[in-house]
Design a protein around this ligand. Structure first.
Ligand code: PEP
Ligand code: MN
Length: 346
């Protein structure tokens, strides 16, 4: 719409869109008011609206994903997770164990990563495991430990949700809902987190193209949840020297195609702790809006993903290097909110 379009002109365009069976989405921006038109073959409406009063132009979005494109929303989206901001130029480090194994294990790791400067805590309570005989997480008890760790440290929590039926319970305890690589195209789950009132961390599917990944994000956004952070965690290739192949070029590619923030998980991407620091630094240099890192106080005894988990001293050293790299890039590491007062440490 013209910058000076009147409310009546806007309402008239909206009415034309609705009359033809499409869904209008008003998107006020700094320099323009855009009205998105959603529906199958929305471009067919162009001739009917392009000459209405107040309309400057009607532009079909060329990609199959719509609302997540820069064409739809040119400015970068900032996703706020309990005051930790993704996409504002800072780099937010999420750290913690692969799985919540016990209260003591989680609280020890939470304190360690907090003291080293992490902005958020991760830890799986519901674990997707390749083998049904592996440790599959503590479930709701794990969520309660995560909530306690947040109360003690202030670190907002991200944890994976596996089933649409668990979304409510996970959203009750967690600040951010993680959809894992194995569920990245579970469309019922994407719809369910789309209806939840929590930001979503969407991992790239094991064998997903960037287009499939962005279409998965479109499911979440089109179901009403605009707060999606994308996470590159390596894709499956012929290479067996690393657990997955980290596609770092996806970071600048996705940031050029989409306004959503993109973070990188070098732990699951490489599968080996001695490769994690190099890839974390490379990810920050490539423009990642954050990092997800597995850290354990005793990786040898970890119930899942020990080989890729950083020890606490390795994490501390990496945080120092990330801080120095951020400075040289005119960026900074995001910081954690303070814990709520009145909580006494256990
Ligand atoms: C995880 O982050 O705990 C996890 C299982 O990761 P991914 O879905 O990327 O394998
Ligand atoms: Mn893991």
């Amino acid at each position: 719409m013209n910058k000076n379009a009147t409310p009546t002109e806007v309402a008239n365009v909206v009415a034309h869109i609705v009359e033809r069976g499409f869904r209008p989405v008003e998107m006020p921006g700094a320099d323009r008011l855009a009205i998105g038109v959603l529906g199958s073959n929305a471009a067919s409406i162009r001739d009917a609206i392009v000459d209405l009063p107040g309309v400057v132009d009607a532009v079909p979005v060329s990609k199959p994903y719509k609302q997540v494109t820069r064409e739809w929303h040119p400015e970068a989206t900032v996703v706020d997770v309990a005051s930790v901001r993704f996409g504002d130029g800072s780099c937010a480090v999420i750290a913690g164990p692969c799985a919540v194994e016990s209260r003591g294990q989680l609280l020890d790791i939470a304190r360690a990563v907090h003291d080293a400067g992490a902005a958020m805590l991760r830890g799986g309570a519901f674990k997707p495991r390749t083998s049904p005989y592996s440790f599959r997480g503590l479930g709701v008890e794990g969520l309660e430990h995560l909530a306690e760790a947040r109360a003690l440290t202030g670190l907002p929590i991200v944890t994976e949700v596996l089933n649409p039926s668990d979304v409510e319970a996970v959203a009750e305890h967690a600040d951010m809902l993680q959809v894992g690589t194995r569920n990245a195209q579970n469309f019922s789950l994407l719809e369910a987190v789309g209806e939840a009132r929590r930001p979503v961390l969407l991992k790239r599917g094991l064998s997903n193209t960037v287009e499939e990944w962005l279409l998965a994000a479109e499911y979440v956004v089109s179901h009403g949840n605009p707060d999606v952070v994308l996470c590159e965690r390596g894709i499956r290739t012929f290479e067996t020297g690393t657990r997955n192949t980290l596609d770092l070029s996806a970071v600048p590619l996705v940031k050029s195609l989409s306004h959503l923030p993109v973070i990188v998980d070098p732990s699951h991407a490489t599968g080996h702790r001695h490769l994690v620091a190099s890839m974390a630094l490379a990810a920050m240099a490539a423009g990642a809006d954050g990092l997800m890192l597995e850290v354990h106080t005793d990786p040898e005894a970890a119930l899942s993903d020990g080989p890729q988990s950083l020890t606490v001293p390795m994490f501390q050293e990496l945080m120092g290097r990330l801080r120095r790299l951020a400075e040289s890039l005119d960026r900074r590491l995001a910081t954690a909110p303070s814990p709520k007062v009145g909580v006494s440490p256990a």
